[in-house]
Design a protein around this ligand. Structure first.
Ligand SMILES: Cc1cc2nc3c(=O)[nH]c(=O)nc-3n(C[C@H](O)[C@H](O)[C@H](O)COP(=O)(O)OP(=O)(O)OC[C@H]3O[C@@H](n4cnc5c(N)ncnc54)[C@H](O)[C@@H]3O)c2cc1C
Length: 434
């Protein structure tokens, strides 16, 4: 398996290059091995390091730590999401379980940020579920009823109010929820790298190639060495399937995003100097679009089944064109050439939007599959899987495990055909919102 991140991500390129990168060059022995150094793996390794100060923990990543989806997402830390159908009280109960987990994720991150005094441009802006189509009012009305039942605060806004707040007259209807935080995803994940305790050794550019489990020793094979461990956590999210982990329950999706340069004073004034905001689509395949606090516009309007490990520059350029059109639709007066960076990243999806948090065998644990909302939940699941692995229990683990597990996926080729057909249908339904 060849995994190669593009080097274009605007968030990552905002920050200085990391130095002192270590790779696996010889055989190693440890008590705990964590595979994957995104929010999940970093949080798991940090927690293991704290719980077991005298034991050796190794954390590995196929590329640079934090430069997968964790460093290159859109930075919405959500308390609610819209893209589920709800018709009955049972659905309401399921939705509540989901939002309970989101809340725990936000709290886990708040604790981390406070304890380590992290600057990740945390901004409690709330968020908009917005659409240009008045027909979508019905979806938002149903959603508002669910939010009311669960005690979430929200407002329904019309075009005039949205134009004032967002600086674009594109949207005709939106539901604004007070909960929801915007942040700089790469600053957050870098802080997690900096916070690793001294008994955690980080090895990067070291892809796990294969592994085996014999007589309670797990052997993990890398290009230049074997790591033998007592216990292992798989935290590779979009790459779980390629390692054969829970492969009948999750599949990878590739997302692409683009970010503009900062708007000039004149451009910013021309759209009414809006405060930082984040919009999520009402239809699943519509665009997520955000105005950052330094006046950049970020847009993500693709999600697709793609060779999950690498997107060529020419393919990426095609996505950039879509994103340029998306920005133009919303901000017709801004120049055409303001996109500064475009990148892709890989997430993990399940059929029923449930996450994976499990002991899959003796001493083998897995956390992941956040269905595109993994900033808070990844942090939470990483910490809690480390606690579970240490044979402890918490109220968080009980809440996580009370949620339904992911459903079995159809076998290939039906899976690929089914996912592609579904995405095509959703893309068609969201045509005006891309
Ligand atoms: C464009 C985009 C926008 C998104 N927007 C949002 C958003 O606004 N809000 C939100 O909450 N979420 C968002 N997400 C999803 C979010 O980024 C993920 O859910 C989250 O980063 C998952 O964290 P993780 O640590 O589990 O996985 P990752 O960050 O994917 O980390 C997994 C790591 O495993 C490593 N790995 C893979 N295979 C191997 C191997 N064989 N050996 C060693 N290491 C390996 C990878 O290199 C990677 O670093 C978005 C994702 C993308 C791509």
């Amino acid at each position: 398996m060849k995994l190669k991140n593009d080097k274009n991500c605007g968030w990552i390129n905002d920050l200085p290059k990391r130095t002192n990168i270590k790779t696996i060059l010889k055989n190693e022995i440890c008590d705990f091995l964590v595979v994957g150094a995104g929010y999940t793996g970093l949080s798991a390794a940090r927690k293991l390091g704290q719980i077991h100060p005298n034991q050796k923990i190794i954390l590995v990543d196929a590329q640079l730590a934090g430069e997968g989806a964790s460093g290159r997402n859109s930075g919405y830390l959500v308390d609610t999401t819209l893209n589920d159908g709800f018709t009955s009280n049972k659905d309401l109960e399921n939705y509540k379980r989901k939002t309970d987990i989101y809340e725990l994720g936000i709290n886990a991150l708040k604790r981390f940020i406070k304890e380590y005094q992290v600057d990740c441009e945390w901004n409690e802006t709330g968020k908009y579920f917005a659409s240009s189509r008045m027909e979508d009012k019905k979806i938002l009305k149903n959603f508002s009823e669910i939010l009311s039942k669960l005690g979430f605060k929200y407002e329904i806004l019309n075009n005039t109010e949205l134009t004032k707040r967002l600086g674009t007259s594109f949207y005709n209807i939106a539901l604004f929820t007070k909960g929801g935080i915007l942040l700089h995803p790469c600053k957050l994940v870098r802080a997690m790298i900096d916070a690793l305790p001294s008994n955690v050794q980080l090895f990067e550019n070291s892809p796990l190639i294969k592994w085996s489990n014999n007589n309670n020793i797990i052997s993990c094979y890398f290009e230049n060495g074997i790591v033998k461990t007592q216990k292992i956590i798989f935290a590779t999210n979009g790459f779980l399937k390629s390692l054969g982990i829970k492969s009948n329950y999750n599949f990878p999706l590739t997302l692409t995003a683009s970010m503009t340069r900062s708007l000039t004073d004149q451009e910013f004034n021309s759209i009414g100097k809006p405060k930082e905001w984040g919009v999520l689509p009402v239809r699943p395949m519509g665009a997520t679009i955000r105005m950052t606090n330094d006046r950049r516009i970020l847009i993500r309007n693709t999600a697709e089944v793609y060779n999950p490990f690498q997107m060529s520059q020419s393919e990426l350029n095609k996505r950039t064109i879509k994103q340029r059109i998306g920005i133009k639709k919303r901000f017709p007066h801004l120049p055409d050439d303001i996109i500064q960076s475009s990148w892709s990243g890989i997430v993990s999806r399940s059929r029923n939007s449930s996450q994976i948090f499990e002991k899959i065998d003796k001493n083998i644990f897995v956390a992941g599959c956040y269905n595109g909302s993994g900033i808070g939940v990844g942090t939470l699941f990483g910490e809690q899987i480390a606690i579970k692995m240490s044979n402890d229990n918490t109220k968080e683990i009980e809440i996580i495990e009370a949620r339904k597990k992911p459903n079995l996926l159809p076998p290939k080729p039906f899976l690929n055909l089914g996912v592609k057909a579904r995405l095509m249908y959703e893309r068609f339904r969201a045509k005006s919102e891309i």
